[in-house]
Design a protein around this ligand. Structure first.
Ligand code: ADE
Length: 250
């Protein structure tokens, strides 16, 4: 899967492609990562990429000719790729969207705006989808593009090592991930739950399911609206209720 980022700060994004899991995915030939400097497509000798907004107002707007040339150049090598604009006005990004994009394997071209935004005519003519990573405003789209690439790439089979897995990720099946522990067995008087040391796989599976449900209930109860509890989950939640009632009665 190809990821191409159109940005005014290519060094910022290429550092991301040069590290960790993303670099591993590139080295394994499972993904590619490229940065295109939008300024290289500026059409005057001052390399101007922005201009004042028509109608007045503060801030600068990214010029359409420059962005168009950069997008056309990116698409030339990969005409099937989807062009995404990183914008706080876009569709909210989530784990489900990451999964959809990873499974389609369609190349993605990320347009990262700076300044007050980009000329609306580019949105109309060249952008396939606008995506937001949350209800807050960043100074540019680069962090958003890297967020998307990171979460999509790790879902591509083989990118995560055999020891890592995305199956029990938080949000998969609209539940948070269970609590995790590593050595030492006792840390600052806090012990690892004994079941995790028992070697009993069924009991460990059940404990983890219960932990995931408890964390979801306490931290993100809204996720139950997206997928209501299944039979085993209901049984676990009822048992938890009984345990809580017992504590309250004591
Ligand atoms: N650019 C600026 N803010 C953004 C956001 N919240 N999401 C995506 N791109 C952005």
């Amino acid at each position: 899967m190809n990821f191409t980022v159109l940005t005014l700060f290519p060094e910022f994004v290429s550092a991301f492609f040069d590290h960790g899991m993303i670099l591993r995915g590139i080295e394994k030939g499972l993904i590619t990562g490229a940065c295109i400097n939008i300024r290289d497509f500026a059409q005057d000798r001052h390399k101007t990429v922005d201009d004042k907004p028509y109608g007045g107002g503060s801030g600068m707007i990214m010029k359409p000719e420059t962005l168009q040339a950069a997008i056309v150049h990116a698409k030339k090598n990969q005409p099937e790729s989807k062009v995404l604009l990183m914008s706080p006005q876009g569709t909210p990004f989530n784990q489900e969207k990451a999964g959809d994009m990873a499974s389609k394997k369609q190349g993605l071209i990320f347009v990262c705006g700076r300044y007050e935004g980009i000329d609306e005519r580019i949105c109309t003519s060249l952008i396939d989808e606008e995506i937001s990573i949350g209800d807050y405003v960043l100074t540019g789209g680069e962090l958003a593009a890297m967020t998307l690439i990171d979460s999509i790439a790790r879902l591509i089979p083989g990118v995560l090592g055999s020891c890592e897995s995305s199956k029990s990720d938080s949000f998969s099946g609209h539940r948070l991930e269970y609590a995790q522990y590593t050595r030492p067995e006792v840390f600052e008087d806090m012990e690892v739950p004994q079941i995790l040391l028992s070697g009993n796989h069924e009991k460990i599976r059940y404990w983890r399911k219960k932990s995931a449900l408890q964390r979801t209930f306490l931290k993100r109860p809204d996720l139950f609206d997206k997928t209501s509890p299944g039979d085993e989950e209901k049984q676990i939640l009822k048992q938890w209720c009984r345990e809580l009632e017992k504590i309250v009665r004591e």
